[in-house]
Design a protein around this ligand. Structure first.
Ligand code: PLP
Length: 403
C-alpha cells in the first residue's frame, strides 16, 4: 500500500493514442528510409544478452562490419548510441590530457569532433578552412610537421557542406609522423568507397541511419591494432566509462588483447557491460547483410549512378551545386555522392520550399546548417533510397515546386 500522505500527481498524465506517423520519402542528410527487411528486424522478439543465439548475432554483426569497413581489425563493434557517441568513443579513448591533437575543421561535424576533443585534452590544435573546402595532403603534412600530434581527426564526408575529403596518402603520412588517424564516415560509409586498412585509418565510425538504411542509435566503430595499443598504454584512465573500449571489449571481444593484438583461445566468457539494444543490432546486422548480398562495389555504384542522375537533372532545371569539383575517382576530394548540396536560387524562401515538398509531396530534404543556413538545400541519396526512380520523382517535384 502507498502511504496515505503520498499522493500521485496526474499533472503529466496526458491522454493520447498510439503514435501514428506519416510515411515520408527521406531524401535529406539522414535518417534515410529503413529497408523493409531492416524494419522487420525491429519487431523481432527480444532475447537475453547472454543467450548463445544472441552471441551468434553479435559475432556475425562484427564480421559484417569488417566487410563494410574493409578491415581486418578485430576490435570492430557497434556502439550503442548515435554517431556522436561513436565519435566520442574515439576521442575519449585516443586522447590523453597531455596529448597534442590536430583537428581539421571545415564544417559542422568536424567542428563537433573539435568540441569533444577539447573536453578530453588540453593541447588541441584546431586547423580551420572555409566550409565547403577540403584539406590537401601538403596542408596536412605541414600541420603534422608543425605540431607533431599523437592524433589527427577529420571528416571524410561532411554532411553540412557535401564535400568529400581525399584520403590519398593521408594514412601513410600519419604513420610516418607516428600519429593516429581518426576519420568520421557517418554520411558516407556504405555509399562511397572507403577502405580502412588500405588507407591506414586507425579509428573510424559511422551511423546506422544513413547509407545503410538502418536505424539511428547504433553506430559501427573500428580501431586498428595501433589504436588499441595506444589505449593499452595510456597512463591516465579513460574519462568516459560508458564508451571505454577496454570495458566494451569485455563483452564484445574478450579474447582480444589490446596491447599485443593477440587472440586468446578459447574465448573467455563475455562480461556484461550494458544491456545492448538487441533490436537495433539485429537491424544493423540486416542492413549490412543487404550491402553484402548486393556486393559493396555494386552498392557504391548504385549511389554514384543516382548522384550523377541528380547532378544532370539539377543542371537541367537550373539548380547549381555548392561543390563544383566533381572528381569521380575513388579517393579524390570533391562532391560527396551520398549528399548533394544545392544553392538556393535568388528570391526563393528555402524553408517554405522545403515545407511545400514535405506537405504536398511527402518528400523531406534539408536546409543548410551553421554558416550555410538559408543558402543551400541538402539532398541525400543514401542506402536503399539511392535509386534512379527516387531521383526522377525528386527532380520532377523540384521542377514543379520551383514554378
Ligand atoms: N558525423 C557526420 C558527418 C554526420 O553527418 C552526423 C549526423 O548527421 C554525425 C557525425 C552525428 O551522427 P548522429 O546524429 O547519429 O549523432
Amino acid at each position: 500500500m502507498i502511504n496515505s500522505d503520498q499522493q500521485v500527481s496526474d499533472k503529466h498524465r496526458i491522454k493520447c493514442s498510439t503514435a501514428q506517423l506519416p510515411i515520408r520519402l527521406l531524401l535529406g542528410p539522414g535518417p534515410s528510409n529503413l529497408h523493409p527487411r531492416v524494419n522487420q528486424q525491429l519487431i523481432t522478439p527480444m532475447i537475453g544478452y547472454t543467450d548463445v543465439n544472441y552471441f551468434k548475432v553479435m559475432d556475425e554483426t562484427m564480421e559484417l562490419m569488417r566487410y563494410l569497413f574493409q578491415t581486418d581489425n578485430h576490435f570492430t563493434i557497434p556502439i550503442s548510441g548515435a554517431g556522436t557517441a561513436a565519435m566520442e568513443c574515439c576521442v575519449s579513448n585516443l586522447i590523453e590530457p597531455e596529448d597534442v591533437v590536430v583537428c581539421l575543421v571545415a564544417g559542422y561535424f568536424s567542428d563537433r569532433i573539435h568540441q569533444q576533443a577539447v573536453r578530453y585534452g588540453s593541447k588541441i590544435q584546431r586547423i580551420e578552412k572555409k566550409w565547403g573546402q577540403y584539406f590537401s595532403l601538403e596542408e596536412i603534412k605541414e600541420q603534422l610537421e608543425k605540431h607533431r600530434p599523437k592524433l589527427l581527426t577529420m571528416v571524410f564526408g561532411e554532411t553540412s557542406t557535401g564535400i568529400k575529403q581525399p584520403m590519398q596518402g593521408v594514412g601513410e603520412l600519419c604513420h610516418q609522423y607516428d600519429c593516429l588517424l581518426m576519420v568520421d564516415t557517418v554520411a558516407a560509409l556504405g555509399g562511397v568507397p572507403f577502405f580502412v586498412d588500405q588507407w591506414k585509418v586507425d579509428a573510424c565510425y559511422t551511423g546506422g541511419q544513413k547509407c545503410l538504411s538502418g536505424p539511428p542509435g547504433i553506430s559501427p566503430l573500428t580501431f586498428s591494432p595501433r589504436a588499441c595499443k595506444k589505449i593499452a598504454e595510456r597512463k591516465t584512465p579513460i574519462a568516459n566509462w560508458y564508451l571505454d573500449a577496454t570495458l566494451l571489449a569485455g563483452y564484445w571481444c574478450p579474447e582480444y588483447n589490446f596491447a599485443t593484438s593477440q587472440i586468446t583461445s578459447p574465448q573467455p566468457l563475455r562480461r556484461y557491460h550494458h544491456t545492448t539494444p538487441a533490436n537495433l543490432i539485429y537491424a544493423l546486422r540486416e542492413s549490412i547483410l543487404l550491402v553484402s548480398e548486393e556486393g559493396i562495389e555494386n552498392t557504391w555504384n548504385r549511389h554514384r549512378s543516382a548522384a550523377h542522375q541528380l547532378y544532370q537533372g539539377l543542371a537541367r532545371i537550373g539548380l547549381e551545386p555548392l561543390i563544383s569539383e566533381l572528381n569521380d575517382k575513388n579517393d579524390l576530394g570533391g562532391r560527396l555522392y551520398s549528399l548533394t548540396t544545392v544553392k538556393v536560387p535568388e528570391g526563393i524562401d528555402a524553408k517554405l520550399f522545403m515545407k511545400s515538398l514535405l506537405d504536398k509531396h511527402n518528400i523531406e530534404i534539408a536546409g543548410g546548417i551553421g554558416e550555410l543556413a538559408g543558402k543551400i538545400w541538402r539532398v541525400g541519396l543514401m542506402g536503399f533510397n539511392a535509386n534512379n526512380s527516387n531521383v526522377t520523382l525528386l527532380l520532377s517535384t523540384l521542377e514543379e515546386t520551383l514554378k
